[in-house]
Design a binder for this molecule. Structure first.
Ligand SMILES: [Zn+2]
Length: 139
């Protein structure tokens, strides 16, 4: 298998993750649109089933937890600095609660993406599946 065969092209991970592309081929979309968190059942490009077994995305809940802790700490520190060190707890509650609610759709989406890209050792990027579907010839 050669790196420069016509049927495969290397697609970097980070832009593919930002756009919610399939972790195996980095071509097909995981989500139906950018503004919807509805997932496709399988990749339209390589046919990977995204929910690989029942309860597969349970792990993403822990990633969401990490995101929420990071957001709460960041919003708390930002509120402290920007308010000049306010000690009014309602100011912090009034900033942090709407902040994490606004970020919840992004947490949902990117926790699933991080799970599939980084936390699933059985799922690897396959550049041979990235090329055009119609010219996949054995190299
Ligand atoms: Zn795919």
């Amino acid at each position: 298998m050669t790196q420069d065969s016509r049927s495969s092209k290397f697609i970097p991970a980070f832009p593919a993750m930002l756009k919610g592309k399939c972790p195996r081929c980095r071509q097909g979309n995981m989500f139906k649109s950018f503004f919807s968190n509805t997932m496709y059942e399988e990749c339209g490009h390589c046919g990977l089933t995204f929910e690989r077994n029942p309860g597969y995305f349970y792990t993403a809940m822990y990633v969401t937890y990490v995101f929420n802790v990071a957001e709460i700490v960041t919003l708390g520190i930002a509120t402290f600095v920007l308010s000049g060190g306010s000690d009014n707890p309602w100011l912090y509650v009034g900033i942090i609660i709407p902040g994490i609610l606004l970020l919840a759709p992004l947490n949902y989406r990117y926790s699933r993406i991080i799970q599939m890209y980084w936390l699933d050792p059985t799922l690897k990027y396959r550049p041979d599946l990235s090329g055009n579907k119609n010219d996949q010839t054995p190299a």
